[in-house]
Design a protein around this ligand. Sequence first.
Ligand SMILES: Nc1ncnc2c1ncn2[C@@H]1O[C@H](COP(=O)(O)OP(=O)(O)OP(=O)(O)O)[C@@H](O)[C@H]1O
Length: 246
Amino acid sequence: MEKVIMCRNLTKRFGGFVAVDGISFDVAKGEIFGFLGANGAGKTTAMRMLCGLSFPSSGEAEVAGYDVYKQQEKIKKHIGYMSQKFSLYENLSVSENIEFFGGVYGVNKKEINKRGQELIRALGLTQEANKMVGELPLGWKQKLAFSVAIFHQPKIVFLDEPTGGVDPVTRRQFWDMIYSAANAGITVFVTTHYMDEAEYCNRVSIMVDGKVVALDSPTNLKLAYNANSMDEVFYQLARGAKRNDN
Ligand SMILES: Nc1ncnc2c1ncn2[C@@H]1O[C@H](COP(=O)(O)OP(=O)(O)OP(=O)(O)O)[C@@H](O)[C@H]1O
């Protein structure tokens, strides 16, 4: 098994508060890894460390073979990132967003043009290519944002609640794109609050109050917790959480 993410006792403190408390796991190439936890559990903080955006307080981690303390710039080059809050520029057109982000990620102009056109066709956005992204329905924006995040063919894509606010059918279509990316060898690390999405992951980790309290396939987790759904598993584990930012 080729590991593309490895972390051991990864910890982040803010003053005396331990936001991420000694988490350890590996993620394999091409795996779809669900990273669950209630509000305030520490998911975003952990993800920011793995993306090379923030230094851990202690512990070890390697992402795409690079060290999270010493090689943050290398990590950023080899990953894609999409979140609900940060993705596309609403006041640029579909084509301009592809050009811009392709450029930021170091794809050359010729490739951007060629693959950009293919992408627009594949997404069925030919008529909308010159429209401002702000005019697109949310589901289309999310699909485009995901495509842009993997345009430079990264080893890993980090998705922070990528499908918030859209209906189950649109979410399902989004997940078809995730499966295609994983089949092409891109590892997917995804946080979500939707338990139907947790069922789609190869493995799921559940964080409570900064710690990973369970990690396995959805099938094994349901067996272990004698539950019919991931919703039930999640409820059993997260109901005792002390933190809840909401
Ligand atoms: N810069 C910071 N300074 C102090 N505390 C912080 C900081 N960033 C996060 N925290 C705290 O760390 C804890 C974990 O926050 P984090 O955003 O990682 O949780 P999360 O699991 O991503 O939650 P959500 O699902 O709401 O996004 C929270 O209690 C939060 O208030």
